[in-house]
Design a protein around this ligand. Sequence first.
Ligand SMILES: Cc1ncc(COP(=O)(O)O)c(C=O)c1O
Length: 364
Amino acid sequence: MKIAELDTPVLLVDEAALDRNIARLKDMTEAANIAYRPHTKTHKSVVIAEKQIAAGAIGICCAKLGEAEVMAANGIDKILITTAVVGESKISRLMQARTQSHISVVADNEDNIAMLGSIAQLSGMKLDVLIEVDIGQARSGVPPGPEAARLARLVKNHGWLNFAGLQGYQGRIQMTVDADERRSANETGLDKLAATIAAAEKEGLNVVIRTGGGTGTSPFDLDRGLLTEIQTGSYVFMDSRYAGIGWPGANAPPFENSLHIWAAVVSKPVPDRAIIDAGLKAASNDHGPPLVADIDGCVFEYGGDEHGILCMADGGEVPLEVGDKLRLIPSHCDTTVNLYDQYMVVQDDDVVDVWSIDARGRVQ
Ligand SMILES: Cc1ncc(COP(=O)(O)O)c(C=O)c1O
């Protein structure tokens, strides 16, 4: 089938570009001698996770237990859940998924650690726990320093838990446009993680895993060498926000856009306005509107849930007619992917495969 024949709106993945991104991260991490455990919250797809593992990833990250359940049920091993799993029902589900795959989880709370331990004991399986440290995100995570060491000690002393290491992730700075500013903010965060590692080691704890980092900080995380593994997610697809940030030495980003929304013009009531079938339900807007690929000067504006409005920045006629199809570059890949069930895998003008977005909507 040709791309032109696809019903719209639909997500296109350029497999060659995706594979190049996966290969580039492999090369970058190999050169730095640091492992990578890519975050699958971006793509939510078993096929893409398998590609990453085939390219040397030591496992994967999931944001939610529901995502981890899907990955574990499909044979993906060595999963780190990067968000705390809280409450009896969810921890029981976690231990159930743990029967299918090695799963570790972060924690930042004493009661949560106690419950993880008692449910691990009930299930008769030890659970690896990492302590999450707030290194600047001001979200979850204990403050850097001795509190993390105290919780790590609680984990270590529990017969059914293993203290596996520390997680420190700063999402806020991943898209800081200025590369020097981003590097400096990243150093400040990693200094906090280093101080926490020192506090834990002073207590006689061995911090085997030091995990964190994203696509935007990846060059700096790899230079610094404090983390034992990085959690880059968006690098597989990139998006318009990520494409717009600066990279060290004013270089082009090491990763390229491999994800598009394929949409169609459904109305052109006047020459300077074309209406397409992709609105808020087809292109997430938490990072602003998507970009129109391939048509210079053409601008997308949300026209509601089901509609997008295309105009030319210079006010001229939009060079599209009803029935024409076009590509949009999502502004945020993670939240856009979560709107779809499938990727149409493309090579040049052809659709060569269909991949399921297996963990789509698994927010519990
Ligand atoms: C804990 C954690 N690690 C890693 C990532 C991946 O970051 P990025 O998509 O910027 O590579 C995220 C993304 O939100 C995250 O929340």
